[in-house]
Write a protein that binds this ligand. Structure first.
Ligand code: AP5
Ligand code: ZN
Length: 214
């Protein structure tokens, strides 16, 4: 399947992605993860992206379209994919359509992680991440077995630099202004499935499974 996950920061895209990936054996492309890796290794791309990311603003369309175009060439992404955090502007959505048109394929479903803004600050400020695997925890909603350590490797967990209440405000603003129109773009194609993203993770997973098996 070819899937897109859209939702505001903290809505659960990264939490549901590995579950969907394991079940449907797809390639998982998260532009945020790819950009953070580029920032960490100080590549030319990372240097260009860092300032916008630190402020909670979107990185330029050209940069992210470039990384997606490159990543989609992987053999594992030919039969299907999960895009997590892309497209985030209407221009990005149009570019994606152009890329897929060339291959004669289409997006099957857009999962819209619908949730109220008010819930997101607690989710974002309590998030802890295992950097090398991307496994995500939450101090209250998904605590690790040992505080501050990854369940599988025991390695230390970190917090994202943009996971503060102040930067969250800019990220939400970017979402409402620039990304919500992308949901309309796909609604017109009648491929959007709305999820109740405020529910506990397992319930969201069941909703996702229902949508994907229908
Ligand atoms: P990105 O990394 O994509 O961040 P985001 O969209 O802000 O989304 P998050 O990763 O914060 O949220 P999530 O939905 O994955 O939440 P999670 O599942 O971890 O982008 C970062 C930056 O990169 C952007 O600001 C921009 O600068 C740049 N960028 C990226 N893509 C771009 C693009 N296409 N164009 C331009 N710029 C781009 O969950 C959050 C927490 O809540 C976790 O702790 C989790 O354990 C917990 N949780 C999850 N689900 C539940 C639940 N159901 N109940 C309770 N707790 C839950
Ligand atoms: Zn994420």
């Amino acid at each position: 399947k070819r899937l897109i996950l859209i939702g505001p920061p903290g809505s659960g895209k990264g939490t549901q992605s590995p579950i969907i990936k394991d079940e449907y054996c797809l390639c998982h492309l998260a532009t945020g993860d790819m950009l953070r890796a580029a920032v960490a290794s100080k590549t030319p791309l990372g240097i260009k992206a860092k300032e916008a990311m630190d402020k909670g603003e979107l990185v330029s369309d050209d940069l992210v379209v470039g990384i997606i175009d490159e990543a989609m060439k992987k053999p594992s992404c030919q039969k299907g994919f999960i895009l997590d955090g892309f497209p985030r502007t209407v221009v990005q959505a149009q570019k994606l359509d152009e890329m897929l048109d060339k291959q004669g394929v289409k997006v099957d479903k857009v999962l819209n992680f619908a949730i109220d803004d008010a819930i997101l600050e607690e989710r974002i400020t309590g998030r802890w991440i295992h950097p090398s695997s991307g496994r995500t925890y939450h101090t209250k909603f998904a605590p690790p077995k040992v505080s501050g350590a990854d369940d599988v490797t025991g390695e230390p967990l970190i917090q994202r630099k943009d996971d503060t209440a102040a930067v969250l405000k800019s990220r939400l603003e970017a979402f409402h202004k620039q990304t919500e129109p992308v949901i309309d773009y796909y609604s017109k194609k009648s491929i959007v499935a709305n999820l109740h993203a405020e529910k506990p993770p397992k319930e969201v997973t069941s909703e996702v499974e229902k949508v994907l098996s229908s």
